[in-house]
Design a protein around this ligand. Structure first.
Ligand code: ZN
Length: 109
């Protein structure tokens, strides 16, 4: 498998995720006003942003994990059962840490 290609895609993905996380962080900081009506709306917006931010953090962790597995030579091997992850799966999801079977069972890494 061409791990060089995977590394390029993962690094690009990491950049995008970090940029989005940066925007969300800026939104969270910039939202607050003293007006109480607006504050309620902003609190809801904050919650949505925090949810997005949590998802982003998770994805960032997955991509970073994949990059470190590339470095250590464990990339493309399921972290749960040790089987090879299919190239098609890695193509669709370069940050995949588990083979399809383990991911479907929902086994935690
Ligand atoms: Zn597996």
């Amino acid at each position: 498998m061409d791990t060089h290609d995977a590394q390029g895609r993962l690094e690009q993905r990491l950049d995008e995720l970090l940029a989005r996380a940066g925007h969300i962080g800026a939104d969270l900081l910039g939202l607050h006003s003293a007006d109480s009506d607006e504050a309620a709306v902003e609190a809801e917006a904050d919650e949505a942003l925090l949810g997005q931010s949590a998802l982003l953090e998770l994805e960032i962790a997955q991509v970073r994990g994949a990059l470190s597995r590339l470095k250590s030579g464990d990339y493309g091997v399921c972290i749960s059962c040790g089987a090879d992850i299919t190239p098609a799966r890695l193509e669709a999801m370069p940050e995949a840490a588990q083979c399809l079977a383990c991911a479907e069972v929902g086994g935690k890494p």
